[in-house]
Write a protein that binds this ligand. Structure first.
Ligand code: B3K
Ligand code: ZN
Length: 885
């Protein structure tokens, strides 16, 4: 079947899949013997499935999935299956099978060189690679492409030796040799059962770098990274990150790697970050290739985290996998929690928590607060690829973190041990995970599980009462969760609220309470809609420090005065809450300034904000990284999420005004900080050095924003002298925010001329421009015509179009030009790469929350998307959900 036909069929029949309909298959597959013969214009597949009747169910129907398969021959136990023996409907091919054990063989052809969806087997530059999660294996061969069918795989790859000297698949290499006509073969055997979504195959002319890791039990594991030859110098950091991850998982979870070989491949064409295929992780080049000269500190950190994340999946995802795709957070939430703890252990725990929470608030809270809201364990979907969301990943990780908080580290470890031991080699559910945690701790988590089934971010309104004569302080908590699509009524959540009380000197008060409060962990657990916590024996009215370390993914509101927030920002003993108090203070200021702007009044920055900025900037007891985090103003996703109706111009004006006041007021401070933070030392990526560079970059931006000519000169000099990418990007960002267009053009030109052969640098060159304040939709269109742009390459699309769409100031500043550009790009990508196209619809999802005229313009853009001919089910589902609101 041709690709076009398949797409059309999918949209005409966008079928909803429900969790409640889950049934085990009638047949399991014990083993798959796969032969893949790569030729120039097509690839030939021959697969042999060892079928075994599932004795727990009655039926006898073998249900296989296959998309875009050119069928040559199908056989069951040596007898050809002709059309009258099987049914084929959409992606499903099915037939009755009378025997309890049977062998099904399929000979098919596929066309990887025409596969622009980057799902299944496809061409990426000069190599071939695969992406099977969630349902890509069906684009390779016929198989029950569902995660609960777990089989051992043996894969033989044949290809031209000159074009594809390296042939890789999962497991261990067991055979290789020469074939006629300049061809060769390799055979791979994976002894661990796995679902089809973990299958991988790579063929190409790749350079290899090896290293080695000895496990705790003394087994030697070979580590290999394969990249296209021009990237051979960019692999060391990923290799080191991998070793750190392997060691950490042994130390913290007692989990060793299980095969003798672990491989990573870098691919330039990749729909997302990376993929945890058993023994053969495939990475987007952008999140694995690194050198100081081409990679920023932030990117180094995310590369380390993603290498760890994919490695950790070997246990949380591969050895124990998901029963069905509704359980996606079982592996993703848990693994994000694991990688986040890893980064916290490797660098600075409080800073990592701040980064995670900032990201949750910017990406997940808005999702929960709009038409895309869905539970961590969704009840239904049309296209599963649309559910790789911040809710499933990041909120899912917060849910696991809350279990960790409620049980404590020791019990949590016992629970995870039990989980891995009991379910090794199985496909299970989030309920199974929670049951292990209940079993080891004796805690009843049935109410807690509402976090998996109820969507929406709970609000907690907290008020206080001070009974002076009794020396009693009361905190009154009221929780409620707003309705979300399909869920109008919500039951109360179990919410761990870590808290402390501070006296006027900023010291912790002794806590005496009969509330459900754990003195050791400082956690008060809320279970009901209303909770009153009484704190006794206090000498004076305390200041509460609430939701420390962001102990639950909620929106907590307490009516702090500006002065109280300034006090907490400077005195709280909890590092996270110092940051959070500063953020709340800035947020309040921007919102009230935006309000003034709308009422036509003048905007004034409150004194408490300026005092706090000065105090933090000069607080040498804080690390550079913390100071940088505390001096950064909340971004647009946070501002938009905080208002009932978005008046985007007022928000932009208010934020600009705040930045400009802070910049001008402390111009000399920013200058002296920028200068004193400069360093000529050789580049090191560690918490101290990256913190220094972060603060330096921020101070430079403020200084430059104050309009000081010497700041431009300093930035240009920093750019010219930079020996690492962080300094270079810090300088460029600052300059691009300013209005010296001649300088901007000359540096951008210089950057491109210097780095045009380096793919990662070109991607950054694009996104530096599209994230700049002054960029116009027309310029984005020009960039889309640039020789380095390629609509088929998701990294290029993201760095040009998506970065622009997330640049609120620029995206909303063009009478809908930006919206039209986005809608047109989605429509064009709809046929080429439905997955990437669908993700872009998210940008338009909050249209209903905007004030006119933006609202109607965004709505028009969405309608324009929905009117696209031959709409893929991916885009259809997203646009339809967004429009319904
Ligand atoms: N499991 C993959 C994501 C696959 C996305 C498919 N649309 C990467 C990860 O989360 O580790
Ligand atoms: Zn993952």
């Amino acid at each position: 079947m041709q690709a076009q036909e398949a797409l059309t069929m999918k949209t005409q029949d966008p079928r909803t899949i429900y969790l409640k309909d889950y049934r085990q298959p009638d047949f399991w597959v014990d083993h798959l013997d796969l032969t893949v013969r790569i030729f120039d214009d097509y690839t030939e597949l021959s697969s042999i499935l060892s079928l075994r009747k599932n004795s727990d169910v009655k039926g006898r129907e073998v249900v296989l999935h296959g998309v875009d398969q050119d069928i040559q021959q199908l056989m069951l136990d040596g007898v050809e299956l002709t059309k009258e023996h099987y049914r084929q409907e959409g992606e499903v091919l099915s037939f009755e099978c009378a025997n309890d054990k049977a062998e099904f063989k399929a000979c098919t052809r596929i066309y990887p060189e025409k596969n622009t969806s980057l799902e299944g087997l496809y061409q990426s530059g000069s190599m071939y690679c695969t992406q099977c999660e969630a349902e890509g294996f069906r684009k390779i061969t016929f198989f029950p492409d569902r995660p609960d069918v777990m089989a051992t795989f043996r894969t033989r790859i044949e290809a031209d030796k000159e074009r594809f000297p390296v042939l890789l698949s999962n497991g261990n290499p067991v055979d290789k040799g020469e074939l006629d006509g300049g061809r060769h073969y390799a055979v791979w055997d994976d002894p661990f059962v796995k679902p089809s979504y973990l299958f991988a195959l790579v063929a190409g002319k790749l350079s290899e770098k090896s290293s080695q890791f000895t496990t705790a039990s003394g087994r030697d594991v070979a580590l290999k990274i394969f990249v296209e030859p021009q990237n051979a110098h960019k692999v060391d950091f990923a290799l080191e990150s991998l070793k750190k991850s392997m060691k950490w998982d042994e130390d913290v979870y007692g989990r060793e790697y299980d095969l003798d070989l672990f491989m990573i491949v870098a691919s330039d064409f990749f729909n997302m970050g990376a993929m945890e295929n058993k023994g053969l992780n495939v990475f987007n080049s952008a999140v694995v290739l690194a050198t100081p000269d081409t990679t920023t500190d932030d990117r180094f950190e995310s590369i380390e985290a993603i290498v760890a994340h994919e490695y950790f999946h070997n246990w949380s995802g591969n050895r124990v996998t998901c029963r069905d795709w509704f359980q996606l957070s079982l592996k993703e939430g848990f693994t994000v929690f694991r990688d986040s703890e890893f980064t916290a252990d490797m660098h600075d725990r409080a800073v990592k928590r701040i980064e995670d929470v900032a990201m949750l608030r910017a990406a997940q809270f808005p999702e929960d607060n709009g038409p895309m809201a869905h539970p961590v364990r969704p009840d239904s979907y049309i296209e599963i690829n649309n559910f790789y969301t911040a809710t499933v990943y990041e909120k899912g990780a917060e849910v696991v973190r809350m279990i960790h908080t409620l049980l404590g580290a020791d019990e949590f470890r016992k629970g995870s041990d039990l989980y891995f031991e009991r379910f090794d080699g199985q496909a299970v559910t989030t309920d199974d995970f929670v049951a292990c945690m209940e079993e080891v701790s004796g805690q009843d988590l049935s109410q807690f599980k509402r976090w998996y089934s109820q969507a929406g971010t709970p609000r907690i309104d907290v008020t206080e009462k001070w009974l002076e004569n009794e020396g009693e302080y009361q905190l009154i908590f009221r929780q409620h969760c707003p309705p979300t699509p399909g869920q109008t009524e919500k039951q109360p959540f179990v919410i761990p609220v870590k808290l402390g009380l501070l006296n006027e000197q900023g010291e912790e008060c002794q806590i005496n309470t009969d509330a459900d409060y754990n003195a050791k962990t400082q956690v008060l657990t809320l279970r009901d809609e209303n909770t009153v916590a009484r704190f006794q024996k206090l000498n004076s009215k305390p200041v509460p420090s609430l939701l420390r370390d962001f102990s639950a993914p909620v929106k907590l509101r307490f009516d702090y005065s500006n002065e109280a927030l300034a006090f907490l920002a400077q005195n709280d003993t909890n590092g996270f809450n110092r940051w959070d108090a500063a953020q709340q203070l800035y947020l309040k200021a921007i919102l009230s300034m935006a309000n003034s702007k709308q009422l036509g009044k003048s905007m004034k920055v409150p004194a408490a904000v300026l005092d706090t900025v000065a105090a933090i900037a000069g607080d040498v007891t804080l690390s550079h990284a913390k100071r940088a985090a505390m001096l950064a103003m909340p971004g647009y996703p946070i501002l938009k999420d905080a208002v009932d109706e978005i008046h985007i111009e007022s928000l932009i004006a208010a934020r600009k005004q705040l930045l400009s006041t802070v910049s001008r007021q402390f111009r000399d401070l920013w200058r002296s900080l920028t200068e004193s933070l400069s360093s000529d030392a050789a580049y090191r990526f560690d918490a101290a050095e990256s913190g220094r560079r972060k603060l330096q970059g921020l101070c430079l931006r403020y200084w430059l924003n104050a309009g000081d000519q010497s700041a431009f000169e300093h930035a240009a000099e920093l750019y010219r002298r930079a020996t690492n990418q962080t300094d270079r990007v810090n300088a460029l960002r600052a300059i691009l925010d300013g209005d010296d267009q001649a300088l901007q053009s000359s540096l951008l030109e210089h950057f491109y001329d210097n780095w045009k052969t380096d793919t990662q640098m070109v991607e950054q060159w694009f996104s530096l421009q599209t994230s700049g304040q002054g960029i116009k939709a027309s310029r984005v269109r020009e960039l889309m015509q640039h020789e380095a742009f390629d609509l088929r390459n998701p990294n290029k699309v993201r760095s040009v179009v998506l970065t622009f769409a997330h640049n609120a100031q620029a995206f909303h500043d063009s009478e809908g030009q930006g919206y039209r550009l986005l809608a047109e790009t989605i429509a064009e990508l709809n046929t080429l790469n439905p997955q990437v196209a669908a993700r872009m619809v998210n940008v338009l999802a909050d249209w209903k929350r905007f004030a006119e005229p933006v609202r109607s313009r965004l709505e028009d853009a969405l309608k324009q998307v929905l009117a696209t001919p031959e709409l893929s089910q991916d885009v259809f589902e997203m646009a339809e959900r967004a429009l319904k609101g």
